[in-house]
Ligand binder design. Structure first.
Ligand SMILES: Cc1cc2nc3c(=O)[nH]c(=O)nc-3n(C[C@H](O)[C@H](O)[C@H](O)COP(=O)(O)OP(=O)(O)OC[C@H]3O[C@@H](n4cnc5c(N)ncnc54)[C@H](O)[C@@H]3O)c2cc1C
Length: 421
């Protein structure tokens, strides 16, 4: 099989790169072994919330300019502040073209609310989810927090405890329906995706609205966990039309309905543009022609290779097995790319969970054009993108989705420009 570009990994980075290339008319394949970090997403996309020294970032583009001066190994610094600004704007538009309706501005973070009720700075949030300009400026003074009976991945009491710190009065409502009984029989089945399937049915959406409408009547907002809209786009609209109180969603513990929907929307957009998407297949190895990747081989296709002019490595970090830790090394399993990591294992992590962990910045070594480096040499037609890149701390710096989106657009641009030259 032959394509212009083959992308390995179908998470946020791989899909974004594939969509950008397919929009430019390139023939493109994405091979992805499993689900991505999007299935655990908060429903918000972070660009940059903190600098490495822990100071807060209000304007992510200003923060990126600071990183360029202080942390040259950070992917944003490698790409350069100017191109980052361009890609940040393009990324938001690309998501919208894929049907992921997001609000936010790369010139000013807003705050999302976590499943525990904490406010966290972020860049883009999917429409319908509760946001605020500042943690103490939530858009209500009295709120009703509803939950489904027996659903354990959402914590109204914790959320209320946080809201009360800002003088907000909280009341609660509980929802139950005959159609939930079947999944409730096994408590481990009471997960967001299973519940959302129940609410994909019109009659259950109607019943949900009927059960919370009165409880929320005396409040100036109603909050629901993100358990609607798995397989339909209009669930929130339908509920809003039936409930006079302003309604907001909050993310739950995984699986994440907004993340699953975002993944589906990206896949749909890629395929609609003519992209070929191979889900459930793993890239195992590559063959080279001098300093270029010639072809790659996958588990499902055996001896039938995938050939291309360009390849993109978007296999993620440890979470997606794009990086693997052995007792003494950090390995990139497909190409055996060089990795950036400290050799002393005792420096990899501290036992204090919330500390800045060194291993999070480990990743694939790349050059200034994000070419993947192997045995000390940059591979001319292989680009790195996404969570597997070295030099950043996605959690502490609040930059996970931003690095994936922007590096994917950078890699796509490099590929498109190399065609022109
Ligand atoms: C649990 C979790 C939650 C997160 N939540 C957020 C959030 O809410 N907001 C935010 O801004 N950031 C978040 N992040 C940061 C996250 O890394 C990025 O947002 C982004 O989604 C990562 O996308 P990616 O495509 O780079 O990598 P991934 O999403 O990890 O995708 C990599 C893909 O490559 C595939 N793959 C791996 N090896 C192979 C192979 N050999 N062959 C074929 N396919 C392969 C994997 O199956 C996977 O589908 C989160 C990260 C994690 C781990």
């Amino acid at each position: 099989m032959r394509f212009d570009t083959v992308i390995i990994g179908g998470g946020l980075a791989g899909m974004t790169c594939g969509i950008r290339l397919a929009e430019a008319g390139r023939s493109c394949a994405i091979i992805s072994q499993g689900q991505s970090a999007l299935h655990f997403s908060s429903g918000s996309f972070d660009l940059l919330s903190k600098l490495p020294d822990g100071s807060d970032v209000q304007d992510p583009l200003e923060g990126i300019a600071a990183l360029e001066r202080t942390n040259p190994e950070h992917p944003y610094a490698v790409m350069g502040a100017e191109r980052c600004e361009r890609y940040a704007r393009e990324a938001a538009e690309l998501l919208r073209r894929a049907g992921i309706s997001v609000a936010g501005d790369c010139r000013g973070n807003h705050f999302r609310i976590t499943p525990m009720g904490k406010a966290r700075a972020t860049w883009l949030t999917i429409d319908g989810y509760l946001t605020a300009e500042a943690p103490d400026r939530l858009p209500f003074r009295k709120v009703c927090i509803a939950n489904v009976e027996g659903f354990l991945d959402f914590y109204p009491e914790f959320i209320a405890e946080e809201f009360r710190k800002y003088g907000i009065e909280c009341t609660f409502a509980s929802v139950n329906l005959p159609d939930l009984e079947q999944i409730r029989q096994n408590p481990s089945e009471m997960r967001s995706a299973n519940i959302a399937r129940v609410f994909d049915h019109e009659r259950n959406l109607d019943a949900l609205a009927a059960q919370v409408r009165d409880a929320a009547a005396a409040c100036d907002a109603l909050i629901l966990p993100a358990i609607i809209g798995l397989n339909r786009n209009d669930s929130l609209e339908v509920l809003r039309a039936k409930i006079p109180t302003p309604l907001y969603l909050l993310p739950t513990l995984p699986p994440s309905i907004p993340g699953i929907r975002a993944q589906q929307a990206l896949q749909h957009r890629f395929r609609a543009l003519g992209g070929e998407y191979f889900l459930g297949d793993s890239v195992l190895r590559a063959e080279y022609d001098g300093n270029s990747v010639k072809r790659i081989f996958t588990a499902n296709h055996g001896n039938i290779p995938f050939e291309a002019d360009h390849f993109v490595l978007a296999t993620g970090s440890f979470f997606s097995r794009g990086l693997v830790a052995t007792p003494d090394r950090i390995v990139e399993p497909v190409f055996g790319a060089d990795t950036v990591a400290t050799s002393d294992r005792s420096q990899w992590y501290t036992l204090r969970f919330f500390d800045r962990q060194n291993y999070q910045a480990f990743g694939v070594r790349t050059d200034a054009a994000l070419h993947v480096v192997r045995e000390g040499r940059a591979i001319g037609n292989l680009y790195g993108a996404g969570a597997g890149l070295a030099g950043f701390h996605p959690v502490q710096e609040g930059c996970g989705a931003g690095v994936s989106l922007l590096s994917a657009l950078f890699a796509a641009d490099e590929i498109l420009n190399s065609h022109q030259s």
